[in-house]
Design a binder for this molecule. Sequence first.
Ligand code: MN
Length: 245
Amino acid sequence: METENQVQRPVIGISTFNTLLNERTYSKISHYYAQCIRRTGGLPFLIPIHRDTGLALDYAARLDGLLLTGGAEDVSPLFYGEEPHPSLNNISPPRDAWEFSLINAALDGGLPILGICRGAQVLNVALGGSLYQSVKDQVENALGHGPKKTQAHHLFHTVRLERGSRLHGMFGSEKIAVNSFHHQAVKRLAKGCKAAAFASDGVIEAFEAENKRFVIGVQWHPEALCREHGEFLKIFESLVQAARD
Ligand code: MN
């Protein structure tokens, strides 16, 4: 028997990354992302990385929304026309290529997209933007954005939300405190996007599509904040709602 639940839950695809353990490759992602999608009425659907990028179209055809997750791998600077800075971390061109394909398929299919941390960065690059490869080396008077040994749910620095942005509408406030676990950030924002949040050092902490479409990137990690700071669920709630519409 079909329950109301099954009818109403939009399917939200969640990107994963590959990790090697005991000489086996695993598809992996923090459980927090799935929890936040489930708690806000969506059906979490984990997406493995595929070399066959054509499969992105098959995924997009079955999904109602796309969540691009974080991760330790930097987007290869070759994808935005730069050579590597000495502080560049490990890269994964297969992950980049797969996520670019997912993004393009999702855009073609009119799906709402939420990018978190690396997900926001890969989204900006896919749309034609570029990144600071090392915020502490390339941004003047940069704040700390990547504290070591700090718990994921600890608020770390403030951001100023732009009036008129979706995020400002969600939080109803111009200044909120967020966590911060990144060493890169948006440098040149992609055409068609506008900044929605700034840190006090000028780093873009969130951006949104200029048109009416639900395309949002946030540099912090709302999925890790939701248990202690429930207001961050609003970001996932908005994605699920956009996926339902
Ligand atoms: Mn930050």
